[in-house]
Design a protein around this ligand. Structure first.
Ligand code: SF4
Length: 77
């Protein structure tokens, strides 16, 4: 099953814990907001992302499981 990373930017305070745990997935900009580099990380990064979710002090991160049958439509915003 695929999975993706979701950030609640309203909760993110730019602590950077996520970047420390999974620098392949998260980067914290100078404006103290997190940017998700790879919203659909490879499974080998799952453990690191789980730790980022666990240790984010504001609980801004979550992992969503994606049904295998789900289609990826256009993201028109
Ligand atoms: S650890 Fe949480 S609060 Fe800190 S930058 Fe990452 S998402 Fe934002």
């Amino acid at each position: 099953m695929a999975w993706r990373v979701v950030v609640d930017q309203a909760l993110c305070q730019g602590h950077g814990v996520c970047e420390a745990e999974a620098p392949e997935v998260f980067v914290v900009a100078k404006a103290n907001t997190v940017e998700v580099l790879t919203p659909l990380p490879e499974d080998q990064l799952r453990r690191a992302v789980e730790l980022a979710v666990k240790y984010c002090p504001t609980h801004a991160l979550s992992i969503i499981e994606i049904e295998a049958t789900a289609t990826t439509g256009t993201n028109e915003g």
